[in-house]
Design a protein around this ligand. Sequence first.
Ligand code: 4NP
Length: 157
Amino acid sequence: MPTRVLFVCLGNICRSPLGEGIFRHLVDEAGLDADFEIDSAGTGHWHVGSPPDPRARDVARRNGVDVESLRGRQVSSDDFRRFDHILAMDRQNLDELLRRRPADADADVRLLRAHDPEGGDDVPDPYYGGRSGFDDVYTMIERCCRSLLGTLRSGAS
Ligand code: 4NP
């Protein structure tokens, strides 16, 4: 059975597509693609069907990560049953996920930065900032994804 991992932010056009793309890239590099199912979603509905933000596509491309085919979708109650690990980009989205989680679902829901070896809380929302915000967010998400993969490979969670 693959380990199913879902990255969640607000719009599903900036942070969580980067999480999905970066984590998939690391999993591919490690030759583990058969062992993981990876997706992303937003708690909001505004960008359903939209490609990632051009600034997220740009920072991904510059780092050799492909997010071009991703399209925004909203978190569904089925996601809480389907995914083993749901990683929220910030506390606002974590609270929203915990509020929406059905009682019979056993997905592990936590902050992505719970896996940050440097510690920290939120992956800040870069939407209303400039390009450098996307570089900072990319670095942070990549650091967390490397650590997450190490943890999941070792069987601990
Ligand atoms: P994301 O960024 O949650 O990282 O995808 C945002 C994208 C869109 C909006 C807010 C945050 N928005 O308000 O439309």
